[in-house]
Every structure is written in structure tokens, then in C-alpha cells.
Design a protein. Structure first.
Length: 280
């Protein structure tokens, strides 16, 4: 598919998303105008190449701008938000993939242990070229062998140069375990209207201390995490073929419109578009 050489005059946000079982990934290509990503996380790592324009991203308590030609990487469960730098918007190609799955493709034993993605912007033209090749091969439906070779080359260079050693474990005090219990409670009660007292009771910390600890360790409030937990459960139910109205009720949204609004603010596509991509 050939992209137009000049920026379109339309200011409409247009997104295409598809699954690539051979890559173990989901891919997205979109142009974004007058659109902002709300603070959200992904259950997998996110790699995005800006092919036109620029986006401002907030994560880890700081902001950065990704411009045309930049490849940026965001780890799974890393809270982030994004919005256009100007009214021209931006275009990007994105791959959502579990880094452990990606590492498993490297069978020679040379891949490092589980670690953290360096970045957020990766200054590696070779890696960027490999990423673009993988994305275009998948979209165009090129031969499987060509896709495999591009993907393995991308994975090998990524782990060789852009994944750090495992993060040190935080063992100070009761907070890490309490936060883990709080997250588990929210994951298990996505369909309920819970209160901070409920979460604090399950976690074993006073509500205010839990609230502050949760923000420090997770990078978002319990309420924002609950919304992400609901979206993740919705993804699983949509993949399982459930009706969208049933999905909304099952994950605690007031109605299908409520689900659609928050789903789109996290993924730039509606639940209906996502389900259509799964069936394609």
C-alpha cells in the first residue's frame, strides 16, 4: 500500500489495526489529528515509529517529543499519555508485543535475561529500518520467510543493544507487597464499584498510605489502574467473541458507549474496529 507523498488536507484521525499471529503481535498504522491519548498502559511492550509529524509523550514523570523518524519504546505496564505537538498531528506505525515472546524467537541462547527497554527514544537507524521493514511486510502480506527474517533481525538487535539488565527488586517495607495485593484486588473486581477503603483492606495498608504508595510504585492512581484493568479484561472478552454490550457490563462500564469512549482513548480504535480486525 503506497502512502501519499504529501500530508493530506483532511484533519480526520484514521487508524488501522490488525493481528499478526506469525509475529505474535498486534500492529497499528494511523494518522492522528485533534486526538490525544489518555494516561494508559499496555499489557505488552509498545514500539512506535513516527513516520510524519510529531507527538509529545508524558511518562516517568517527564515529557519528550517523538518526531518523524524517531522510534520510541514503552515497556509493558508503563503509564504514558500522548498528544499532538501542533495542529498538523502525526502518523505512526506501532507494534504491540510481549518482549518475552520476542526473546523466545532467539533460540541460540544469546539473548539476555528479562530486563527493561532502554529509551524511550531509541537512536538506532538500523533498528528503525528493521522495524519499518517488519511493519510493512506484515501490512503488505509479503512472504512469510521475509517477515521472519526481518523480525528475527529486529529482535536480535533490540536485545543486544537496547534491553538493560533486570531491574533491582524493591524490598523496602510493606509497600511493594501491599501494592501488588491492591492491583490483584482491582484485577479481580473489575465489574464492581469499589472504594479505596475496600482496596486498602485487601492490601493491609491505611487508605491514604496505600494511595500514595500505589502512585509511587505503579505510576497512576488506583482509579486509573482500575480503568486499565477493565480495558484489559474487555480485550480478552472481545477476543473470546463476546457481544460488545455484554463486554461492557462484564467489566464494569455503565454501557457500551462508556466502554467505547475509554477503549478509544487508550488504543485510538473503537471496540468494534478491534473486533473487526480480529475477524479479518
Amino acid at each position: 500500500m503506497n502512502a501519499p507523498a504529501t500530508r493530506p488536507t483532511s484533519r480526520q484521525t484514521e487508524v488501522r489495526i490488525w493481528r499478526a499471529p506469525d509475529l505474535g503481535a498486534e500492529l497499528l498504522r494511523g494518522q492522528f489529528h485533534d486526538f490525544s491519548y489518555d494516561v494508559h498502559t499496555h499489557e505488552t511492550a509498545c514500539f512506535a515509529l513516527i513516520t510524519e509529524g510529531a507527538i509529545r509523550i508524558r511518562m516517568r514523570g517527564a515529557e519528550f517529543v517523538a518526531r518523524q523518524g524517531d522510534l520510541y519504546a514503552i515497556d509493558a505496564d508503563e503509564p504514558h499519555a500522548g498528544w499532538p505537538v501542533d495542529d498538523l498531528g502525526w502518523r505512526q506505525r506501532t507494534v504491540y508485543v510481549d518482549t518475552e515472546h520476542l526473546r523466545s524467537r532467539l533460540r541460540d541462547g544469546g539473548a539476555p535475561r528479562r530486563g527493561l527497554l532502554k529509551g524511550p527514544i531509541i537512536g538506532d537507524p538500523v533498528l528503525t529500518s528493521l522495524f519499518y521493514g517488519v511493519h510493512r511486510c506484515s501490512e503488505a502480506g509479503d512472504e512469510g520467510l521475509q517477515r521472519d527474517e526481518q523480525y528475527l533481525s529486529f529482535a536480535a538487535r533490540l536485545f543486544e543493544r537496547h534491553v538493560s539488565g533486570a531491574a533491582p527488586r524493591d524490598v523496602s517495607g510493606r509497600e511493594p507487597r501491599a501494592v501488588a495485593l491492591a492491583k490483584d484486588f482491582l484485577d479481580q473486581h473489575v465489574d464492581r464499584n469499589v472504594h479505596l477503603d475496600d482496596i486498602a483492606s485487601a492490601a493491609g495498608l491505611p487508605p491514604y498510605r496505600l494511595f500514595r504508595a500505589f502512585g509511587r510504585h505503579v505510576g497512576m492512581t488506583p482509579h486509573a489502574y482500575q480503568r486499565q484493568a477493565r480495558i484489559r479484561r474487555a480485550l480478552a472478552l472481545i477476543r473470546a467473541g463476546r457481544a460488545l454490550s455484554d463486554v461492557a457490563a462484564a467489566v464494569g462500564f455503565a454501557d457500551q458507549a462508556h466502554l467505547t469512549r475509554w477503549f478509544r482513548r487508550s488504543f485510538a480504535v473503537t471496540p468494534g474496529m478491534y473486533r473487526k480486525a480480529l475477524l479479518a
